[in-house]
Write a protein that binds this ligand. Structure first.
Ligand SMILES: C[S@@+](CC[C@H](N)C(=O)[O-])C[C@H]1O[C@@H](n2cnc3c(N)ncnc32)[C@H](O)[C@@H]1O
Length: 215
């Protein structure tokens, strides 16, 4: 996501310090303490402006959500949205997906959402795709066997790449749709990108990938 540099980004982050977790490494294995309960923890990687995570948190008060984005100028917008909505079951961190093992303990995460991840179209950029094997190896450590990664995108090439990547890495795929908005799937919460692309007539691809054990 290209984003113009936000004025006063660090001050704005500080103003929402209740939901912004500045040093996530301190909470590795202890995220339940932050939420004050043992509810399952779901994370969204690449949350953008936060519409999805705020909608999910509103709809599911018994789930704790952690929104992650690597770009502070983007995350601050999600943070302000969650703060305005007075959500108690959301926290946000600025982090690169490649570092998630520094912030979460093995099996600490119940579900991962990847929504409209950057496609990185050139094949030499494939390693940056959030469904590349290198990232799936990280997600495997965070998820218990049987837990899910929910992935949606408008990008056919990224979807094809991801199908192969999940299959090669021992994930079992389910509920695959090539047209989410005309499928039987219930409870979809749209992201900002999803609203934009579906309003332009693009179909939305979605799948759930269940990790079924170490290779
Ligand atoms: C195309 S945007 C989609 C935003 C949002 N999920 C949506 O659907 O509206 C992709 C987001 O992923 C973030 N991102 C890209 N690579 C990342 C990484 N390695 N770790 C964390 N976030 C990443 C970008 O900063 C950007 O905000």
């Amino acid at each position: 996501m290209r984003m113009r540099k936000k004025k006063h980004c660090s001050e704005r982050l500080e103003q929402c310090s209740q939901l912004w977790i500045k040093e996530p490494e301190q909470y590795k294995g202890k995220w339940s303490e932050i939420f004050g309960n043992d509810n399952p923890i779901h994370i969204e990687i690449g949350c953008g402006k936060g519409q999805f995570i705020c909608g999910m948190a509103q709809n599911n008060p018994d789930i704790n959500y952690i929104a992650i984005d690597v770009v502070p100028d983007v995350l601050v917008l999600a943070l302000e949205k969650a703060t305005r909505s007075e959500l108690e079951n959301v926290r946000l961190i600025i982090a690169d997906a490649g570092k998630l093992c520094d912030y979460f303990e093995y099996d600490e995460i119940k579900q991962i959402y990847l929504n409209f991840s950057d496609p990185w179209k050139k094949s030499r950029q494939a390693k940056r795709r959030l469904t590349h094997k290198n990232f799936l190896d990280i997600y495997k450590k965070l998820l218990k066997n049987g837990n899910l990664i929910c992935f949606k995108t408008d990008n056919k090439a990224l979807f094809e790449f991801s199908l192969n990547s999940f299959a090669q890495e021992n994930f079992k795929m389910q509920n695959i749709t090539l047209d989410l908005h005309n499928s039987k799937f219930e409870g979809n919460v749209m992201t900002e990108y999803e609203e934009r692309f579906s309003s332009q007539g693009f179909p939305i691809y979605r799948l759930e990938a269940k990790y079924i054990g170490w290779n």
